[in-house]
Design a protein around this ligand. Structure first.
Ligand code: HPA
Length: 243
C-alpha cells in the first residue's frame, strides 16, 4: 500500500512519473477515483492528476472529496500536492517554488467537508497550521539541497475559477495578505486534514497575476512555464519522497 501520494496539478499529468505505473479504480462514497500506483526509488507511491491525465476536469468540477477519500482508502498518509499559481508578491517570481503555509478561501460552490452533518457528526477541525509543518520542512530542504529557488512560506488565495481574476480582485487579495493565487488548493487541503492525512503543497509561480503582469494571462502561458519546470519539479518531489 502506498503511504505517500503525489497530487499533480496543472502540467503534472503523466503517471510515468512513477516506475511501471498501474491504474487502480478506487470506489468511495463520493464517486470512483482513478489513481496510479507505482514505485519511486523502491518506495510505493500513488499518483493522482487532479485535472485528469488530459486536463479535462476544471477546478470547480474536481471531485475533491472522492480524491481524498480514495487516497485514504488506499492507505495514503502523506500527500505532496503541486500547484501552478499566479503571484501577487513581487518577491515571489515566475519560475520560483513556494512551499505554501496559509490560505485564504474564496471558493464559492464546492463540497468542502467530510463532516456534513451525517453519521460523523458536527466536527470543527483546527486550522492554525493548515499545511503539515514536517512535510513542508522536507520540501524546503529538498529544494535547497537541489539548489532550486524556493520560498519557505506564502499565503495562497484560492478562487473559484475557471476564469482568471480581475486586477481589482488581485489588489483586494494583496490588501488581505495574499501572496499567490490559484484555483484548486481549497478544499483539497481541508479534506486532507479532515481525513487526518499529512498534506503539503509546493507551488510553482507561473506568472504575475492579472494587473501586475503587463499583458493578458493565458492558460497556455501557465502550461508552458510548468512544462519548462517539469524536470525540476520531478526532482524536487523525488528528493522529498526519498527522505
Ligand atoms: N490565477 C489563478 N490561477 C492561476 C494563475 C493565476 O494567475 N496562474 C496559475 N494558476
Amino acid at each position: 500500500m502506498p503511504a505517500i501520494a503525489v497530487i499533480g496539478g496543472t502540467g503534472v499529468y503523466d503517471p510515468h512519473l512513477l516506475e511501471d505505473p498501474r491504474e487502480e479504480m478506487v470506489v468511495t462514497p463520493y464517486g470512483e477515483v482513478r489513481v496510479f500506483c507505482g514505485k519511486w526509488r523502491g518506495k510505493e507511491v500513488a499518483f493522482l492528476p487532479r485535472h485528469g491525465t488530459a486536463h479535462s476536469v476544471p477546478p470547480h468540477r474536481i471531485n475533491y472529496r472522492a480524491n481524498i477519500a480514495g487516497l485514504k482508502k488506499l492507505g495514503v498518509r502523506f500527500i505532496l500536492a503541486t500547484a501552478a499559481v499566479g503571484s501577487l508578491n513581487p518577491q515571489l517570481k515566475p519560475g520560483e517554488f513556494v512551499v505554501v503555509d496559509q490560505f485564504l478561501d474564496f471558493t464559492k460552490r464546492r463540497e468542502s467537508t467530510f463532516f456534513d452533518g451525517g453519521p460523523e457528526g458536527v466536527v470543527h477541525v483546527d486550522f492554525t497550521q493548515p499545511y503539515c509543518p514536517e512535510l513542508r520542512e522536507l520540501l524546503v530542504r529538498a529544494a535547497r539541497t537541489l539548489r532550486l529557488p524556493v520560498h519557505d512560506k506564502g499565503t495562497y488565495v484560492c478562487t473559484e475559477g475557471p476564469r482568471f481574476e480581475t486586477p481589482a480582485e488581485i489588489k483586494m487579495f494583496q490588501h488581505l495578505g495574499g501572496d499567490l493565487v490559484g484555483m484548486t488548493g481549497v478544499p483539497e487541503v481541508v479534506l486532507a486534514r479532515e481525513a487526518e492525512i499529512c498534506y503539503a503543497t509546493v507551488a510553482l509561480v507561473t506568472n504575475f497575476a492579472a494587473g501586475i503582469a503587463p499583458y493578458r494571462l493565458s492558460h497556455e502561458e501557465v502550461v508552458a512555464m510548468m512544462k519548462s519546470k517539469e524536470e525540476e519539479l520531478r526532482r524536487l518531489l523525488l528528493q522529498t519522497v526519498y527522505w
